[in-house]
Design a protein around this ligand. Structure first.
Ligand SMILES: Nc1ncnc2c1ncn2[C@@H]1O[C@H](COP(=O)(O)OP(=O)(O)OP(=O)(O)O)[C@@H](O)[C@H]1O
Ligand SMILES: [Mg+2]
Length: 234
């Protein structure tokens, strides 16, 4: 459903991604791992239109989306849960959620969408009038995911949802990811928490200095000698 062919991108004169080939099928959960600075966030940004690809093609269900503005890409069905959550701290939970439904097609359905995400995350409903900055880290992550779901995406891009959270909360975040999957969403997720990631995805890519160094099923990645020594500390 989502396909990248020879995608390169960067910032100014700096090239961060080199000829990336990647695909995500409908209903699949796919992981991206790699060290700091490898280009994982850049990869999600280029898919969601926050930065333009320098070359290569990005297609969603056969339609070219590479280089389109971010709002068109959201409308086409790709939602991005950014690194560090990026909630509006002084807005309430509900105000943050409403922002996720800014795409034209979603506006008429605000009530239904809110009811749907509150159904999915009752905790957010209880806290809907609370300022986002006063939520716990895990709740903020839940709010960021829920905000992305407000556009009713077909693919959800998640950038390190467990970053900065206490171990118990990390488990809860991975449970959330599992639930999102069970709801039938297609997921592309960047994570440093590789063990837990490989439990919730079908396949994963290893990105190093802007290139795909390895790709395989979760089981293949878990057993790969290089991944084991360099990333799983075994
Ligand atoms: N706005 C920017 N301007 C210039 N260079 C940038 C910008 N954002 C990222 N970079 C550079 O691009 C490279 C890839 O960064 P990116 O944020 O994609 O890495 P990452 O894999 O997400 O790392 P991390 O695990 O630390 O989040 C890095 O060398 C980074 O310094
Ligand atoms: Mg990053």
């Amino acid at each position: 459903m989502l396909e990248l062919k020879k995608v390169s991108a960067g910032y100014g004169a700096f090239k961060a991604l080199f000829d990336i080939d990647m695909s995500v099928q409908a209903g699949e959960a796919v992981g991206v791992i790699g060290p700091n600075g490898a280009g994982k966030t850049t990869l999600l940004r280029v898919i969601s239109g926050l930065i333009r690809p320098w070359s290569g093609t990005i297609t969603l269900n056969g339609q070219e989306i590479g280089g389109k503005p971010a709002y068109e890409i959201v409308a086409a069905g790709i939602a991005h849960v950014p690194e560090n959550r990026r909630l509006f701290p002084r807005l309430t939970v509900e105000e943050n959620l409403k922002i996720g439904a800014f795409v034209h097609s979603a506006r008429g359905q605000l009530r239904e969408r809110l009811a749907w995400v509150y159904d999915l995350f009752p905790r957010l409903k209880e806290r809907r009038n609370q300022l986002a900055e006063t939520l716990s880290g895990g709740e903020q992550q839940m709010c960021a995911i829920a905000r992305a779901l407000m556009s009713r995406p077909t693919i959800l891009l998640m950038d390190e949802p467990s970053a900065g959270l206490a171990p118990v909360i990390v488990d809860q975040v991975f449970e959330l990811v599992q639930r999102i999957r069970e709801e039938g969403f297609t997921v592309l997720i960047v994570e440093q928490n590789i063990q837990s990631l490989l439990d919730v995805v079908e396949r994963a890519y290893l990105l190093e200095v802007g290139t795909i160094k390895l790709a395989g099923t979760a089981a293949e990645m878990r057993e790969h000698p290089f991944v084991r020594t360099a990333y799983l500390g075994m």
